[in-house]
Design a protein around this ligand. Structure first.
Ligand code: GDP
Ligand code: MG
Length: 172
């Protein structure tokens, strides 16, 4: 079985942990602790093949650390998560993505742009169009809006990432 390392990146509070736990355990766990960094395992079938996923739910994007460099190096696919209720969180992804591309030393790194908290209609400050526009600027990086709360598009994001890694491996 293939072992794929995925890394969940984004500003504090955007829902990285909720998305990860919703994907891995199928529950919405609202125990916000921005300092918790943990890794999870899940076996998933994609296109009738089984994959063993190791998912690193990161915390603290503020400073560049040796740790961060290490896990970006070993990561094979990246979820770049912002919250549709937080403009700053989308802006932080620009630098994060550059960090990933620099460390991986490649322009073809499997990644997905994720706008989370899509269920918060009243608090939304970032439109779907802005997400699409960011994804085009990044060379059509696949873009999804998700809700960890409603479990919407959660599996889709991970399946997309796994398919990109498969494709990436075949090309290299
Ligand atoms: P992290 O710092 O990126 O890991 O953020 P968390 O996953 O801990 O989530 C931060 C806060 O946002 C928590 O209080 C969650 O309840 C809330 N949250 C996360 N995902 C969603 C979502 O999809 N919808 C809504 N309404 N709230 C969310
Ligand atoms: Mg977290």
């Amino acid at each position: 079985m293939r072992d794929y390392k995925l890394v969940v990146l984004g500003a504090g509070g955007v829902g990285k942990s909720c998305l990860t736990v919703q994907f891995v355990q199928g529950v919405y766990m609202d125990t916000y602790d921005p300092t918790i960094e943990d890794s999870y395992r899940k076996t998933m079938e994609v296109d009738s093949k089984m994959f063993d996923l190791e998912i690193l739910d990161t915390a603290g994007v503020a400073q560049f650390t040796a740790m961060r460099e290490l896990y970006i190096k070993s990561g094979m696919g990246f979820l770049l998560v912002y919250s549709v209720t937080d403009r700053q969180s989308l802006e932080e992804l620009i630098e994060l993505r550059e960090q990933v591309l620099r460390i991986k030393d490649s322009s073809k790194v499997p990644m997905v742009l994720v706008g989370n908290k899509a269920d918060l209609l009243e608090e939304r400050v970032i439109s779907v169009e802005e997400g699409i526009s960011m994804s085009s600027q990044w060379g059509k990086v696949p873009f999804y809006e998700t809700s960890a709360l409603l479990r919407s598009n959660v599996d889709e994001v991970f399946v997309d990432l796994v398919r990109q890694i498969i494709r990436n491996e075949m090309e290299n």
